[in-house]
Structures are given as C-alpha cells and as structure tokens.
Design a protein around this ligand. Structure first.
Ligand code: GDP
Length: 467
C-alpha cells in the first residue's frame, strides 16, 4: 500500500466516499483537485441554474440532480469549496446524496469515469499536510479524533488539531536554533562574536529545553491511559467482595461491555465506561474461576497482574480484621496508583481507614458497599482525580497520545543530553552544535518538518478511506 501511494501522482484529482458505507440517510462523495469543478459540471445539473464551472460560486450549496447522460442517478446537494479555503487547499467538491450503498457507489463510479482517481486511505488529509494547511501532529490528531474512544481522547485530539503541539514544538525549535545560530556565527566570525563564557549559561538553557521536551514525552503515559482506558486490576482476599464490585461497576456503565482477548492467553480484558472514564478491567483466568486471589493464583500471580496495571484497586472486607494476607497484598500497592476500598460498609466494621494508614499504605481509602452499590460515585471521582491532571481542555499542559511523537521527543532528549555532556567535558563548540542540530531535527519530525517521504506515506496509509 505504501509503495503505491509513493508512486501515484500527488496532483491527480481524487475522489472517495467520505461517509460510512451503509444504508444510512446520507452518503457523501468527496472530490479534491484541480479538475474537481470540471468533473462536477459534467455530472451535475442544479435546479435553478444551468451548471457551468464559471457560474458555480465558491462556498455555496447547490441542489439538483446527478446525471449520467440523460439518466438521473440521484437527487443531491453539492458543496463547493475552492482552494485554498478547503480541507486540502485544493478545489474540493462534496456531493451529499441519498445514503444507500448502491446509490453512493453509482455516484462515485460516475465521478471516477469522468476523470477522478480513487483516493488512497488518508489521501485528503495527506494533501492538507503536503499543501501546508496542517502539520503532521495535526494530521495525526485527525486520525485520533476519528478513532477516539472517549471524551478525553476527543479533547486531546482536538487540542492537538488546534495546533497546540505544533506551537510548543516550534517555540522549542526556535529557542534551540537561536543557540545554534549564535555558536555558528561566533565560530565563523570570532573577531566580532565571542564565545567567552557562553557555554556556562548554555548548559542551563539546554537543560531547560530538555526538561520541557521530556515533560511532553512523559505526558504520553497519562494521555494514553486516559484515551485508551485505565488498566485496572482488582485484588483482595476471598469473599472481600471483588466479584460484587466487578458486577456493580459493569452494571453502572452506560456503554456496551466488550470482552477483548488479552495479550496473554490466560488474561481477559473487559472495557467498561465509568462515566466518561474508560477502564480496562484486567482479569486473570484464575480470578474468574474462583474469587480467591491469594490462595488460587497466589500472591505471586497477583503481583504479575499488578505489575501491568495502571491502577490497583484493593478490596478489603471491613467487617473482618486485617491479617497477614492483607499485609502481603498491600505490599503490592506501594509505588503504584492504587485505591483501597473498605467494602461492606453496610455491616458493622472492625477496621478503619487509619488502620490502613498505620500499615504504611499511602493510597486513598474509601468506604463502599458493593452489594448496595454505595460509594461508587466517590470511587469514580477518585479515579478521575488520579488520572485527569493535564487532560482538562484549556490547561497549559500539552498532552501527547501518539507513540511516534513520543519516540521523536525522546530522541530529541537524548541528543540534548549528549550536548549537555559535551559542554561538561569541554567539547569544542562545533561538536555541540551537531547534537543540538540532531535535537532540532528530531523535534521537527514531531510536526513533520524533517520527515522522510516513506514515513509520510506509512502514516497516512493508516487512515480510513475518504479522510
Ligand atoms: P470475592 O470472593 O472477593 O469475589 O467476593 P464476592 O463478591 O463473591 O462476595 C463475597 C460475599 O460477600 C458474597 O456473599 C457477597 O454477597 C458478599 N458481599 C459483597 N459485597 C458486600 C457488601 O457490600 N455488603 C455485604 N453485606 N455483603 C457483601
């Protein structure tokens, strides 16, 4: 697929069905390229005007018939968006026709017969990128927006689409370039520009850039968790109420429960929505057969499950005293995002939150009654507080959710670290600028400024048809 896109002419007029191909109410065919208007004129007859390429005005909607010769194929409305004020910056025409699969294909085929080429997946967005309307991070945001699974994913991709990542990267690059330019200028013209004492302040400035880049790279983990789902493992002794909690959570969710095969054969993952948070409940096969975590799968197994969790929920039966096993499990909670639930709040309790604090666990402790579904709102709020930082729209933080971008940012960090090391070791200035320039290049790759054509093709090939 990639090689095909590489070979095709980037200036062809392209067309594709832009809506889901189903028997929906409306189907949209999108055409982009210099011949979009000519093609339209050949197949479209507006009701009020004789269609003529020169008469159809920009940014107008026309109502009429799509015709194949004398045969009326469909009644439709047509949107005219001449470049550069269009999605691709080229002339774009959208034909909204009746949504039956047959009709939509008939109109598409007619468009192709009259001179357009079938678009490759993502080719419209690729053109928007190649024609400079959006940068690569924005193009990727389009793709992420389409596949967004929840509100956080939508917020993150909309922010990215608005150019937040692009702007931050451009700021960092420009700061870096100023430094490089100064050093280069001084090396070229030592008589007028002095590097005396320059490197002392430089370390600090490079460190500052690196910290900002690292922060962006680190935002990936939190961003990913929110957009993909929080991997949540529920642990606790037999009869503590783990199954009851699972049921209560599944019962509360307002979306369809899906069961997805886990990465290993003996785990099962279930995605549930808790309000607008996605939780991936990770269940080991052992936990499913019997609720006995400690005895059946052992602390060792629980430890394995816990290691790959974003969140551990420890369920304790508050009507029973803590014992050795509780302490063993609580060991797992250290250094992990975790929540302790004192279950069976409807019974008289023999343990209190302070007993858990005394046991050295530093996780929020909440009362719940899984059986009565009490306390679940507070649980939802607690999870939100733990994961939501940096995700609220309008916040200054930049959150990245794309693994490719994270890799570029980490590469930039590494080059900056090498530059710092070079300064420390008294490396000649022209060597420093090599590492700094590498960092500048890696940052450019985030927004697609320094990127190889092959990679561009690979990225856009992952898009869906018509986008
Ligand atoms: P698991 O072994 O940890 O999965 O625990 P279960 O969910 O199977 O629950 C064990 C027992 O405790 C069952 O009889 C439940 O009905 C009961 N149980 C669970 N949650 C509560 C609760 O909040 N209050 C009361 N009174 N009983 C509960």
């Amino acid at each position: 697929m990639e090689s095909v896109i590489g070979m095709i002419n980037e200036f062809d007029t392209i067309a594709a069905i832009a809506t889901a191909v189903s028997n929906a109410g409306i189907g949209i065919i999108r055409i982009s390229g210099s011949e979009a208007m000519e093609i339209l004129v050949k197949i479209f007859e507006p009701y009020n005007k004789k269609a003529d390429v020169y008469q159809l005005e920009n940014h107008r909607i026309y109502y009429g018939n799509i015709k194949d010769g004398e045969e009326v194929v469909d009644e439709c409305i047509v949107l005219i968006m001449k470049g550069p004020h269009s999605y691709t910056k080229e002339d774009v025409v959208e034909i909204d026709c009746h949504g039956g699969v047959t009709v939509v294909y008939k109109v598409l085929n007619l468009v192709l017969k009259n001179g357009a080429r079938a678009a490759e997946p993502g080719e419209f967005t690729k053109r928007a990128f190649l024609n400079g309307r959006i940068d690569l991070s924005q193009a990727e945001a389009v793709m992420e927006l389409i596949s967004a699974k929840n509100r956080f994913a939508i917020d993150a991709s909309l922010e990215q689409l608005s150019g937040k990542i692009k702007n931050r990267i451009q700021d960092l690059r420009s700061t870096l370039l100023d430094e490089i330019a100064y050093i280069e200028a001084a090396l070229d013209d030592p008589e007028h520009i002095s590097l005396e004492g320059y490197t002392e302040g430089l370390t600090e400035r490079v460190q500052k850039i690196r910290a900002a880049v690292k922060k962006m790279a680190d935002s990936f983990d939190n961003g990913k968790v929110l957009t993909e789902g929080i991997r949540t493992v529920i642990v606790g002794k037999p009869n503590a109420g783990k199954s009851s909690l699972l049921n209560a959570l599944s019962g509360r969710q307002r979306a369809i429960v899906t069961e997805i095969a886990g990465t290993t054969r003996d785990t099962l993952e279930e995605q549930i929505m808790l309000g607008d948070l996605s939780l991936i409940l990770v269940d080991t096969a052992g936990i499913r057969d019997t609720s006995d975590v400690v005895e059946k799968i052992g602390v060792e197994k629980a430890r394995e499950a816990a290691a790959k969790a974003d969140l551990l929920i420890y369920v304790a039966d508050s009507s029973r005293n803590l014992d050795e096993d509780d302490h063993k499990i609580m060991e797992l909670l250290k250094n992990k995002k975790s929540i302790i639930l004192l279950n069976k709040s409807d019974l008289s309790s023999v343990i209190q939150p302070k007993d858990l604090k005394a046991a050295g666990v530093d996780a929020p402790v909440l009362w719940i009654s899984a059986a009565n579904e009490d306390g679940l709102d507070a649980l939802e709020q607690t999870i939100r507080d733990m994961f939501e930082q940096g995700m609220i729209a309008g916040n200054d933080e930049v959150v990245i959710t794309n693994a490719r971008q994270k890799t570029c940012l980490l590469n930039a960090c590494e080059s900056l670290r090498l530059a710092e090391e070079g300064i420390e070791n008294g490396m000649p200035e022209d060597m420093l600028t090599i590492d700094m320039m590498d960092a500048y290049t890696s940052l450019g790759e985030v927004i697609g400024e320094e990127i190889e054509e092959d990679l561009v093709n690979r990225i856009f090939a992952k898009f869906c048809m018509g986008k």
